[in-house]
Write a protein that binds this ligand. Structure first.
Ligand code: RP5
Length: 167
């Protein structure tokens, strides 16, 4: 899945299609900025061979970053990071049992040597992972950096324009 037919620069992967309502927030940001992406279900424990192949070939296929979302014992981002030197952005999906605390700790507590940039639990984290991927790409892309500046300016203006109802 990609907004254009361009080669994807960012891979969005997730452990299950039940993660997609959350991970769509990352896709929405990339689409808004015109960054070509792909989105796929890749499970660390249910499709381990696919996960290895995905991570192994990610750089040679032209990806610049991988956004990986998972819930529960969320080992997908860490395992993918173990198999590629691309930046891996981890999104803890809100789990039913522990509201995503388990996902967060599984992703954030990587032992030294294999980093995963970890974002907030749920949709906010997915959107911020999308924005972070844009910021990474913007280092080498002046037009994208300008779009990011404009996004921030609009966001600031939205808050400056906020009014409160009379009490
Ligand atoms: C994880 O288990 C997925 O990332 C998902 O968050 C969670 C539940 O998966 P399903 O049972 O909905 O497929 O692997």
């Amino acid at each position: 899945m990609s907004p254009a037919n361009d080669k994807p620069l960012v891979g969005i992967i997730m452990g299950s299609n039940s993660d997609w309502p959350t991970m769509q927030a990352a896709a929405k940001i990339l689409k808004e900025f015109g960054v070509p992406y792909e989105a796929r279900v890749v499970s660390a424990h249910r499709t381990p061979d696919l996960m290895f192949a995905y991570a192994d070939t990610a750089r040679s296929r032209g990806l610049k970053a991988i956004i990986a979302g998972a819930g529960g014992a969320a080992h997908l981002p860490g395992m993918v990071a173990a198999k590629t030197t691309l930046p891996v952005l981890g999104v803890p999906v809100q789990s039913k049992a522990l509201s995503g605390q388990d996902s967060l700790l599984s992703i954030v507590q990587m032992p030294k040597g294999i980093p995963v940039a970890t974002f907030a639990i749920g949709e906010a984290g997915a959107a911020n992972a999308g924005l972070f991927a844009v910021a990474l790409l913007a280092n080498e892309d002046v037009a994208l950096a300008k779009k990011l500046e404009e996004f921030r300016t609009r966001q600031t203006q939205t808050v400056l324009d906020m009014t409160l109802d009379e009490q």
